[in-house]
Design a binder for this molecule. Structure first.
Ligand SMILES: [Zn+2]
Length: 349
């Protein structure tokens, strides 16, 4: 089979970034011989088309904007504005490790995932042709792309010439704690959640009518959230890190899950009035499924370390989130995407 015609040239994008001295030659990762080349290429084509066409059409004011992969085995992503150029960079390790966690078929033999094996067997057939592991991987990657895009809009709304934020969740010592960092992450998460919801709605809307049940939608949302939360858990520099509030460079992943799932479900329920999803059941199920995936990959026991603290510390979590929301709407944060792009009237395509 011949390679389908590609709309954007990855080598052309890298050449442009090098010519304009936006990246160093060692940064760029050429994925063409990788066994996941198809995954890399799909993400690149999607990301570059979104930056070059959708963001331009919607007046995000981030041009020129480029998407590329960095030759680094760690899980990370980065948004930068350098010499008037916007870039979203995703480490190749992000794609590789997410694939490793979510796309091994053997995990679906676990009796705890029986419902999801049945769902997987169904979605793998035509016309869907997609495994739930791949939906998890794609959800994590698309959310990451939109999260970084949120940072690019934050940068473009500010006057500073250069800006950069990466997603490794580092303890104090790398940079001192500032609440400001948590606010911009919350803001980028809101954009990620809203856009991820649009993908869920799109996938859902194309299903045959008899498949569009409350139960199937709940499972689709759980699969999406497992992908997103799994990515953030992998970004913790110390996997033993327990629940925290005013620390580190990023809010705790379980706190981020609260506002991500609330925003995602809100967008879905306002668009799909015919279905009714139980929010707290979706959250509990997301943690249950993620726990199974992480146990299989020896990545820690989510139930013991996070699930119980989540419910024990619920009041503290809610007051921290209220503090984030109140601060984010304050006057010194008028560069946030939630205070600019998200305030415009939404045009549904
Ligand atoms: Zn971020």
């Amino acid at each position: 089979m011949t390679q389908p015609e590609r709309k954007y040239s990855y080598t052309g994008i890298i050449r442009d970034l090098l010519l304009n001295r936006i990246i160093e030659p060692d940064n760029a990762y050429f994925y063409f011989k990788h066994n996941l080349a198809v995954v890399f290429d799909q993400l690149f084509q999607f990301g570059q088309e979104n930056l070059s066409e959708v963001c331009l059409r919607e007046g995000y004011n981030i041009e020129p904007a480029r998407f590329y992969f960095c030759d680094d085995a760690e899980v990370n992503a980065l948004a930068s504005r350098t010499n008037g150029h916007s870039t979203i960079e995703i480490n190749r390790g992000t794609v590789e490790q997410l694939w490793d966690v979510f796309c091994h078929r053997s995990i679906l033999q676990d009796p705890e995932l029986a419902d999801y094996k049945a769902l997987n067997d169904f979605y793998e057939q035509p016309p869907h042709n997609i495994s739930i592991g791949y939906i998890m991987l794609q959800s994590a990657l698309l959310f990451t792309f939109y999260h970084e895009l949120g940072h690019l809009v934050q940068f473009a709304n500010q006057t500073s010439a250069a800006a950069s934020l990466d997603e490794r969740n580092m303890a104090a010592g790398t940079r001192p704690f500032e609440f400001w960092y948590h606010i911009v992450e919350y803001d980028a998460d809101q954009h990620g959640a809203q856009q991820s919801a649009a993908h869920v709605i799109d996938f859902w809307s194309k299903l045959p009518e008899e498949e569009r049940t409350n139960e199937n939608l709940s499972r689709l949302i759980v699969v999406t959230l497992v992908g997103i939360l799994g990515f953030y858990m992998m970004l913790l520099d110390d996997p033993e890190t327990e629940l925290y509030f005013y620390e580190r460079t990023h809010p705790h992943p379980l706190i981020r899950l609260q506002w991500i799932y609330a925003s995602l479900l809100d967008r879905i329920s306002s668009n799909l009035s015919e279905v009714n999803v139980d929010n707290s059941a979706v959250l509990a199920e997301t943690l249950r499924i993620l726990d199974v995936y992480f146990r299989h990959r020896n990545m820690g026991n989510i139930r013991a370390r996070f699930h119980e603290p989540l419910f024990q510390n619920y009041q503290w979590i809610m007051s921290y989130i209220a503090h984030v929301l109140a601060t984010a709407s304050g006057p010194q944060y008028d560069h946030l995407i939630t205070n600019t792009i998200h305030r415009r009237p939404r045009v549904e395509s």
